[in-house]
Design a protein around this ligand. Structure first.
Ligand code: SF4
Length: 327
């Protein structure tokens, strides 16, 4: 069976698992094309107006795939860490897609929640295996293989500082990962905060990582920061954030601002209309105002963002931090 996976949202975190799992069950995985003008246009036309940009983009990826596959994998994701949630838009995603896009193939929309226990991840896999008619033995074996792949992928991100970029043509998981260049100790270091599906999607992010790297900046993202440092950073919050992605963004920023390691600047790439991003942005600004000042910029992206204005703001910010590092 050809299983379609939209190259959007949690693709940037879980694709190594998904691909390995479905292939170990004997299926062919088909990815949508990298985000492009048409995908964005289709997403904008079909998604409800008040959806955030990444969800609209996801709709476009579904359109790109739907006539090429026998089934689409759109999990109903509720929680990816114990006692934490992710944004409710993920929970409603399969329903949103079904009601907005006509003529869809069958959708594999099994729940994924590890809020109460870590076995939730296996339960998710088991439910998919059952829907596709596989034995539990085969599903369990595919799950173990896929989990091993995911863990080694995450480990390589942290140990080798590899950013999960999409190459445009190939899957980042198999064929391409951008290694943070060896600029040496004198290179500017910028912490780039944002949801993985924003910062690693070259079209949506206007290739912010590539641009920073061309300026000789070492880019640090939450995905390459060791988990214990993220946790150490988020401990400074008065109240625990129960959104996993927001918690990771705050944990990264607080870790660096509270002296974990020197940093020259922080960029927050936020989605216009994203509630969790607004809270993260507000917490960051308050923290920066009352502790060690670090140059900070928040860039909101939406479907109307123009590249020229984006570049100008980025260059002005880099000038600022470069001047600061010379003083
Ligand atoms: S966290 Fe924000 S950007 Fe992500 S899906 Fe939710 S509303 Fe959209």
């Amino acid at each position: 069976m050809r299983i379609g996976i939209p190259r959007a949202l949690f693709y940037y975190l879980y694709y190594p698992f998904w691909k390995t799992f479905f292939e170990a069950l004997g299926h062919q995985v088909i990815l949508s094309n990298p985000t492009n003008k048409k995908i964005l246009k289709d997403g904008l036309e079909l998604a409800v107006d008040d959806a955030c940009l990444p969800v609209k983009v996801f709709h476009g990826h579904v359109v790109d795939l739907k006539d090429k596959v026998d089934a689409l994998y759109i999990p109903r994701i509720i929680s990816i860490e114990p006692k934490e949630f992710i944004c409710p838009k993920f929970l409603g995603l399969p329903d949103m897609i079904k009601s907005s896009i006509p003529d869809l193939p069958p959708i594999i929309d099994s729940d994924l929640s590890i809020y109460k226990n870590k076995r939730g991840f296996y339960e998710h896999a088991k439910s998919i295996g059952t829907k596709l008619g596989h034995t539990e033995k085969l599903t369990a074996r595919a799950f173990r293989t896929a989990l091993k792949k995911l863990n080694s992928y995450k480990k390589s991100q942290i140990i080798e500082e590899r950013l999960p970029l999409d190459s445009g043509q190939k899957s980042f998981f198999e064929d391409y990962q951008s290694k943070n260049q060896n600029y040496g100790e004198s290179a500017l270091k910028v912490l780039l905060l944002g949801h993985p599906y924003n910062i690693y999607d070259n079209y949506i992010s206007m290739n912010i990582i590539g641009k920073l790297q061309r300026y000789g900046v070492k880019v640090i993202t939450p995905e390459i920061i060791p988990t214990q440092n993220l946790s150490a950073g988020s401990r400074y919050l008065n109240k625990k954030l129960f959104w996993t992605l927001g918690k990771n963004l705050i944990g990264s920023a607080y870790y660096y601002m509270d002296g974990g390691q020197p940093i020259d600047g922080i960029i927050h790439l936020a989605s216009f209309g994203c509630g969790p991003d607004s809270i993260v942005g507000e917490l960051l600004e308050r923290k920066i105002a009352r502790s060690r000042p670090v140059p900070f910029i928040r860039i909101n992206i939406d479907e109307h963002s123009g590249e020229e204005g984006f570049n100008t703001r980025l260059e002005a910010f880099l000038d600022l931090i470069e001047g600061g590092s010379r003083r």
